[in-house]
Design a protein around this ligand. Structure first.
Ligand SMILES: Cc1cc2nc3c(=O)[nH]c(=O)nc-3n(C[C@H](O)[C@H](O)[C@H](O)COP(=O)(O)OP(=O)(O)OC[C@H]3O[C@@H](n4cnc5c(N)ncnc54)[C@H](O)[C@@H]3O)c2cc1C
Length: 468
């Protein structure tokens, strides 16, 4: 094993569980049952949906079925960027018009505040710190993309976004060689596991039934089938994101994309003083194979990126283990951003899966003919989006069952969007690996031959992958 990866705790679901402890297991399903709404998956999407539905209609009998334990998936492993990005907004603008996409963006801005508000109301202390999101550029090509990105975001109504040059960036965080950055106030860092555990407890306290250790093998209208029995309900909501391919008939629906993270040992006060970062901004960059990072409540840097993006046949990881080469690559990014931290030890490394639809657009859907619903395909932006999806699923179910009319949320352009399936293997594997190999090559080229124009390679990869 190489230096950055040696002595690292690898897997164990994630660092966030090492920080806060694994939850006590809840009872599995004990036989056939009925409910008004059955939710498959106990991550942010499933739990927020249960939360808002039960609050709106306390008489509803709601059951959540979770294969392992609540927060086992990406909701217990993510970078803790609670922010206003939503996958697919620009495509929705092309499909439904600019004004519709502006409404979607506004709803996302409000969602960041809603998560903070709801967590507070439920007494969930998830180490939330609202410092916004800072995205930095450190090559001329990245700077050109950053400026275009900044203007683009302003055009979707984000008037409070700020653009900085090298000096303004350094005043926020001293990232080596940074030439500019864009900052939005619509972001916070949080401890993902504290949020998902608190949410599960809040949902249970409201009277929702949660069965853990209960894998659903098949979803069909009015039925969620498990090895221990079938739950029948008029509404069955699939909230399984990166694990969706394991359900019968869903193998090619959403591609499970891996993302990996490292957490350093806690830094000293002197190390923090050297790099700045007093505001706890969520930190990202404009590379094609981008990174994301946060300053944790206990003074570490948690930093993520793609690693090995996709496993053949839509396989997922083994309780969060990641490859030594990925740990090394993420440590290299840390050292590139903050050369003074090159000697800092990595304490923990892990990975997780997120769901990627064929057109890279997040969706929330209720099929009124069958009562089947689903939400996800958030790509890498689900911490806030899952909350918007949940409130939208609440409104769709209430509308369909005659408890309420439509709402502003049910009119958003991502509602009831349909997309074709991914190609069969080996095309899926070849396509995704080709795309990320090309992104990395484009990033290297932009670093070594600094031109202000983005590498054509990356534009080609985007087109082949169906991203734009
Ligand atoms: C490493 C990593 C870093 C990320 N960083 C960020 C970030 O900083 N900001 C951001 O916005 N987004 C981030 N994301 C994405 C974000 O975490 C997810 O979009 C979000 O958590 C999705 O929530 P979810 O509830 O839809 O899915 P999940 O949290 O994956 O939950 C799905 C649940 O369903 C259960 N399940 C699956 N199949 C079945 C079945 N058949 N039967 C029963 N249960 C089942 C799973 O066990 C899991 O608990 C990151 C993701 C990863 C992996």
């Amino acid at each position: 094993m190489n230096s950055a990866a040696s002595g690292v705790v690898n897997g164990g679901i994630s660092f966030w569980y090492a920080d806060d402890g694994l939850p006590a297991p809840r009872e599995p399903l004990a036989g056939d049952a009925t409910a008004d709404v059955v939710i498959v998956g106990g991550g942010y999407t499933g739990l927020w949906t249960a939360y808002y539905l039960k609050k709106a209609a306390p008489f509803l009998r709601i059951t959540v079925l979770e294969q392992r334990f609540c927060g086992y998936g990406a909701s217990g492993r993510n970078g803790g960027w609670l922010y206003n990005g939503i996958a697919g907004r620009d495509r929705y603008a092309r499909l439904h018009g600019h004004e519709a996409a502006v409404r979607l963006q506004k709803a996302m801005n409000e969602t960041v505040a809603e998560v903070v508000r709801a967590a507070e109301e439920e007494g969930i202390d998830a180490d939330v710190r609202v410092g916004g999101v800072l995205e930095v550029a450190y090559t001329p090509a990245q700077l050109a993309r950053l400026k275009a990105f900044h203007e683009h975001e302003l055009s979707f109504g984000e008037k409070d976004r700020e653009l900085y040059g090298a000096r303004g960036t350094a005043e926020r965080i001293r990232v080596a060689h940074a030439v500019g950055s864009s900052w939005t106030p619509h972001g916070a860092r949080l401890q993902p596991v504290k949020l998902v555990k608190g949410l599960a407890a809040a949902v249970e306290a409201l009277g929702v039934t949660i069965h853990e250790g209960t894998p659903v093998t098949e979803i069909r209208p009015k039925h969620a089938v498990t090895p221990y029995g079938t739950v029948r309900a008029p509404y069955v909501l699939r909230c399984t994101e990166g694990f969706t391919a394991s359900l019968k008939g869903q193998r090619r629906t959403w591609l499970p994309m891996n993302s990996s993270m490292i957490a350093t040992e806690p830094l000293t006060d002197a190390q923090w003083a050297e790099i700045g970062w007093e505001g706890c901004e969520a930190l990202g960059d404009m590379a094609h194979a981008y990174m994301y990072a946060q300053r944790t409540a206990d003074g570490r840097i948690a930093l993520g990126g793609r690693g090995v993006p996709y496993r053949f046949g839509s396989r997922t990881d083994n309780d969060g283990r990641t490859q030594a080469a990925t740990v090394e690559a993420l440590h290299d990014i840390l050292a590139r951003f903050f050369p003074s931290l090159a000697g800092v030890r990595v304490a923990h490394a892990w990975s997780g899966v997120l769901g990627v639809p064929r057109d890279w657009c997040a969706t929330v859907t209720l099929d009124r003919a069958t009562g089947l619903g689903w939400a996800g395909g958030y790509v890498g932006s689900g911490v806030a989006t899952a909350n918007l999806a949940a409130r939208t699923l609440r409104d769709l179910v209430q509308q369909d069952s005659g408890q309420a009319g439509g709402s502003d949320l049910t009119e958003l352009p991502w509602v009831n969007h349909r997309v074709r399936k991914w190609e069969p293997e080996p095309l899926r594997w070849l396509g995704v690996h080709g795309m990320y190999t090309t992104y990395r090559a484009a990033d290297r080229r932009e670093l070594t031959a600094p031109a202000a124009e983005s590498s054509k390679l990356a534009q080609f990869a985007d087109r082949v992958a169906g991203r734009h």
